[in-house]
Design a protein around this ligand. Structure first.
Ligand code: FRU
Length: 488
């Protein structure tokens, strides 16, 4: 570790070695180094704050810091100095994930997990995880105030405090691995300093799930949504749970003093390869906004060779349908990033034909509508990041399987494989956000989304719509070149 540099100096030095070919234009990402979970999302003193797990010294996970970006409008962002570093005895090996809340006296308090290796050396000896507080009067500079919750001595996984206010009390959820079972624990407080254990809010029904990371409970309409990341020993099976880290939610009922009663089964937050550790916040208008982390621990990311790894997905507004499924919609503010617009109108893609939507797109939004009742093609194949024929990331509606696939098998760099979300309907509507190093797909009304990092080879990046064994009835196709959020 280059310990003579401050965290911010280290990231700037690392950035000097990187090229911009995959560094995002409209996603929050570090100057350089590693990021994972969004942390401490809040609106404070007139600005939105997105903190995130950050290792500024290398493009790989290490002793975690809290990186920080802020925004007045959720569209353009600026980097802020690293907010928290692992420099106290109780967080010596990492300032791990947590949340933020404005106190009645107007300060900003962040709750985070102080992490250290039990044997002082590494993971083999286990972890000690305690919940800590730091406070700020400007949202940028923080003073640590020590430990507020210590767990039972023998627990290795006890982390990710999420604080919220309901009626006249504060509540806090924690992700816990309790003797082999994944649980969410609930605490309550009248003053944010003294916390009482209220009980186990939720236990994952699967005995294979040993830990629930980053739990968050919040209300939408008259229901309560519990988001979390189940960690499992089970072999991936079927379409869900295929990533190294998989996040999702259940919807249920809850009231203070009562049990959380799930009304639904678990459902993925996003069906793609890279969307994890979702954290939400209420904005001043009462919208529930969600940020997720696009990255992974399992395979080294191609961008790491250029000094950075990971980004946040675009902010999504969350609503709950009558079917008790979440709807994930890019916030409308992002439309202000739209530049040159091209309306391709309605047309047919002929038998086994390729229709070039854009010969070279760096940052592009695609809105596609297809009448499936008039489509005979076996698949609607939308290739993005195509640097040569057959070398692309492909979003495909597969009419045989009735699913939307996001296939990385042919992109030239980085991980291969595909992910797949269910879709049944007569009209296929896709909204796709293509950045330099990622793709986010919103299907229909946003009940299904698929997000992934995607690292194309050098050269022009075409966007092409292709048919397979039939024709495609396009009823609408509009593209927008997208501008920058000011961080690259
Ligand atoms: C989830 C997670 C959290 C933890 C943090 C450490 O990705 O493992 O549970 O607080 O990342 O970086």
């Amino acid at each position: 570790m280059a310990s003579t540099l401050t965290p911010d100096e280290a990231a700037v030095q690392l950035a000097a070695t990187s090229s911009q070919r995959w560094h995002p234009t409209f996603h929050v990402a570090p100057v350089a180094g590693w990021i994972n979970d969004p942390n401490g999302l809040c609106f404070y003193q007139g600005r939105y704050h997105a903190f995130f797990q950050h290792y500024p010294y290398e493009a790989q996970w290490g002793p975690m810091h809290w990186g920080h970006a802020s925004s007045a409008d959720l569209v353009t962002w600026r980097h802020e100095p690293v907010a928290l570093a692992p420099d106290a005895p109780y967080d010596a090996d990492g300032v791990w994930s947590g949340s933020a809340i404005e106190t009645p006296s107007g300060t900003l308090k962040v709750f985070y997990t102080g992490h250290r290796w039990r044997d002082g050396r590494g993971p083999e000896g286990g972890n000690v995880q305690v919940q800590c507080v730091a406070e700020s009067t400007d949202g940028v500079h923080f003073e640590k105030a020590g430990i507020v919750i210590e767990g039972p001595e023998d627990l290795d996984d006890f982390r990710d405090p999420c604080v919220w206010r309901h009626d006249d009390r504060w509540y806090l959820t924690l992700g816990v691995g309790f003797h082999g079972r994944g649980q969410v624990w609930l605490y309550a407080s009248d003053d944010l300093d003294h916390w009482s254990f209220e009980g186990v809010l939720f236990e994952d029904p699967s005995p294979d799930v040993y830990m629930l990371e980053c739990p968050q409970l919040f209300q939408l309409r008259e229901h309560w949504v519990l988001l979390y990341g189940p960690m499992t020993h089970a072999r991936p099976h079927g379409y869900t749970g295929r990533n190294g880290h998989n996040g999702g939610y259940v919807v249920g009922t809850w009231a203070p003093g009562q049990a959380f009663v799930p009304l639904t089964d678990y459902r993925p937050a996003d069906w793609g390869r890279h969307f994890y550790a979702t954290q939400t916040m209420l904005d001043p208008a009462g919208r529930r906004l969600a940020f997720g982390w696009m990255g992974e621990f399992v395979q080294p990311l191609a961008s790491a060779s250029e000094g950075w790894a990971g980004q946040l997905a675009v902010p999504r507004a969350l609503t709950l349908g009558d079917d008790l499924r979440l709807r994930w919609t890019p916030i409308p503010e992002l439309e202000s990033l739209r530049g040159q617009r091209r309306d391709h109108g309605a047309f047919e893609v002929g038998l086994n034909e390729d229709y070039v939507i854009d010969p070279d797109a760096d940052a592009l939004e695609i809105e596609l509508k297809v009448d499936l009742t008039a489509t005979t093609s076996e698949a609607v194949l939308l290739h993005v990041h195509q640097t040569a024929p057959g070398c692309a990331t492909t979003i495909a509606y597969d009419d045989l399987a009735e699913r939307v696939q996001l296939d990385l098998g042919a992109v030239s760099q980085g991980g291969r494989g595909y992910r797949s979300a269910p879709f049944v309907g007569d009209e296929l509507r896709l909204r796709v956000l293509v950045d330099r190093g990622s793709v986010e797909v919103f299907v229909g009304d946003g009940a299904e989304t698929l997000s992934t990092l995607s690292f194309p080879d050098d050269g022009p990046r075409a966007v092409v719509l292709s048919s397979a064994g039939g024709t495609i009835a396009v009823t609408g196709l509009v593209t927008h070149k997208l501008g920058t959020i000011g961080l690259s």
